[in-house]
Ligand binder design. Structure first.
Ligand code: ADP
Ligand code: MG
Length: 602
């Protein structure tokens, strides 16, 4: 659906536009921030017929922006001309302006970039393996060199706005600019799923698509869970235009519109009427303040729209805007209305909401906990039973599993004929929690709820790298959470929870902390952990461990073989605090032989 030069890969020569054409071109500031540079360079790569576009930014693009493609390249003799204002290979005369088939047409991007930054263009227009390099720096004479490079173009931009402090002052920090760059790349990657896009931010891959179809691009960008929840829209014919897209089912949503995308003839655009129509289509079906992931692609005849209305080509005028708006609205509404609410993604929200409560409830319990440890061993006998005054040994005795009660409690016998009831979920939670605690750096034990003074296993701070997720999981946080998470990324990575900023308040979870048990729903776990890891509390690390343990532990209601029961009891015996789950609730009850004798009046 995207339109291109369609020149079969031949290099088209660049020429200066005639004054009467220049007059008719929407003028204004093209380069406002790093993301505008990235946008222009991606468009150039696509116009050149690239099948693969690689974008690299450092420090949000302020330090470096580099876009490489495998397109037609620029003829060596044309390099200087390409950087002149109003020099383009895409438009020649007034007539061309009425049916633009390329993303660029004004011949201004390279010139505008060269005016505010140092720009280096390395381009090979043939298969000779040699690329001509032109370096332009404001106030310096142009330099030429040659490097070896396959066919294609690589544009490197450094020192952006170095001499334009007013412009620099309007920028956000590197993180904010990176987010904008990521959003731009995401837009073009979704608009052109057949092209391979790679975004590398500060040395790490932030986004990568395989150059396949739209479902694959959605999976690569948002993860398999989100991709599975996407519903197809269209294709529909509206007044000769083709309309198609995807929308996430109810239940999969975001707190803002940053994943609502309108693409017209291969160009992500902000057409107010159409965006409003899109929102009107999903609004009745989404909770207030929530927005779906939505991509609508329109393919129109080049003369059915005017892209020449906005300097940065962000707006377009459409001839049959009203008909298209009505069709978009109806298509989105019908698609969503016909599909059941996505249950898969529901847990991402409800347990988190519930869990926030749990955290609050947990705090007083955590404070009580150390006192509870001793008290609790008696506390188990409260419920109207005769008091058991026989103190158990400090360490849990060897327990022999008798069986399970309702797949919930393990009944166990201790030497001497004492009976133990063990809550299987809480016991496993305790075991997993202590495993995680042992992996924490020693200094952190001071803050941990259980303040382990000696590390029992002696394995010390074995920092396991996490288990890589097959598909990274996308997590949307609030801006406050995102700030907290950003400050903790290194530490989380050491814990095995690798989160990667993905623009705005969105993160990709790439790995989970290693645990002896495989999580049943890794994506759900990833989302929950990211939320916990962004908690606004000093003891967030401990909460994260508790959460991880809780979510990975065997559930109540799960049948266990005798061997599994025995293994659980034996690990529990090795636990430092075997009677209390990490949330502070009792996990075992003991009925001594003496107690049983008295109670039964034997
Ligand atoms: P426009 O894209 O509007 O033509 P630009 O300033 O972006 O203007 O680029 C000027 C010219 O340089 C383009 O018309 C094109 O011929 C050439 N060009 C720029 N980038 C590339 C690229 N990545 N591959 C091939 N040609 C390019
Ligand atoms: Mg261009």
């Amino acid at each position: 659906m995207q339109t291109r030069a369609g020149d079969g890969g031949a290099v088209r020569h660049i020429a200066l536009l005639a004054p009467q054409v220049i007059e008719r071109i929407a003028a204004g500031e093209v380069i406002e921030r790093p993301a505008s540079v990235v946008r222009e360079l991606i468009e150039n790569a696509l116009d050149a017929g690239a099948t693969s576009v690689r974008i690299e930014v450092r420090e949000g693009g302020l330090r470096l922006i580099r876009v490489s493609d495998d397109g037609t390249g620029i003829a060596s003799d044309d390099l200087e001309l390409a950087c002149q204002p109003h020099a383009t290979s895409k438009v020649r005369d007034l007539d061309d302006l009425t049916h633009i088939t390329t993303l660029g047409f004004r011949g201004e991007a390279l010139a505008s970039i060269a005016a505010v930054a140092e720009i280096e263009i390395a381009s090979a227009a043939d298969a000779s393996g040699l690329a001509a390099v032109l370096t332009l720096s404001p106030g310096h004479t142009p330099e030429r060199s040659v490097v070896s490079r396959p066919r294609g173009t690589m544009v490197t931009v450094r020192q952006l706005f170095a001499d334009v402090p007013a412009r620099r002052a309007l920028l956000r920090g590197p993180a904010g600019e990176s987010a904008r760059v990521a959003a731009v790349v995401r837009g073009y990657a979704l608009a052109h799923p057949a092209i391979r896009f790679t975004l590398i931010a500060d040395g790490a891959i932030a986004l990568q698509t395989g150059g396949d179809d739209l479902p694959h691009a959605v999976t690569a960008i948002y993860g398999a869970d989100v991709a599975r929840s996407m519903l197809p829209i269209g294709p529909l014919d509206v007044d000769g235009a083709t309309l198609e897209g995807v929308v996430s089912a109810r239940g999969v949503d975001a707190p803002d519109r940053s994943h609502v995308l309108l693409v017209v003839n291969g160009r992500p655009v902000a057409n107010k009427a159409l965006l409003a129509a899109m929102e009107a289509g999903y609004r009745p079906l989404f909770r207030k303040g929530r927005h779906p992931l939505l991509l609508a692609r329109l393919a129109l005849a080049p003369d059915a729209l005017d892209v020449n209305v906005h300097p940065a080509k962000a707006e377009v005028l459409l001839r049959s805007e009203q008909a298209l708006a009505a069709a978009l609205r109806a298509a989105i509404h019908d698609t969503l209305g016909a599909a059941p609410k996505s249950l898969r993604m529901q847990p991402a929200e409800s347990p988190t909401a519930g869990f926030a409560q749990a955290v609050q409830l947990r705090l007083p319990a955590a404070r009580r906990r150390r006192g509870l440890l001793l008290g609790e061993r008696r506390a188990g006998y409260r419920a109207g039973l005769p008091a058991d005054d026989e103190q158990p040994a400090e360490r849990l005795p060897e327990l022999e599993a008798i069986g399970q009660l309702d797949d919930t409690l393990i009944l166990a016998r201790a030497p001497g004929g004492h009976l133990y009831l063990v809550d299987q979920h809480r016991a496993h939670e305790r075991i997993l929690y202590e495993t995680l605690l042992r992996q924490a750096p020693p200094a952190e034990h001071l803050n941990a709820a259980d303040a382990v003074d000696t590390v029992r296993s002696g394995q010390g701070a074995s920092q396991g790298a996490g288990q890589l997720l097959l598909m990274p999981v996308l997590v949307e946080l609030t801006p406050t959470q995102a700030r907290l998470l950003n400050a903790r990324l290194n530490e989380l990575a050491q814990m095995g929870l690798e989160c990667q900023p993905f623009g705005g308040s969105v993160f990709l979870v790439r790995s989970l902390p290693s645990l002896p048990v495989a999580p049943t729903d890794p994506a759900d776990l990833a989302r929950a952990l990211a939320q916990d890891a962004a908690e606004d509390a000093d003891d967030w690390r401990d909460h994260l461990r508790i959460s991880l343990a809780c979510r990975s532990a065997i559930r109540r209601g799960q049948p266990l073989t005798n061997a599994e029961q025995a293994a659980l009891l034996s690990s529990l015996r090795d636990a430092r605090t075997p009677a209390v789950c990490p949330h502070g609730s009792p996990l075992l009850l003991r009925y001594s032989k003496g107690f049983l004798t008295r109670a039964f009046e034997w």
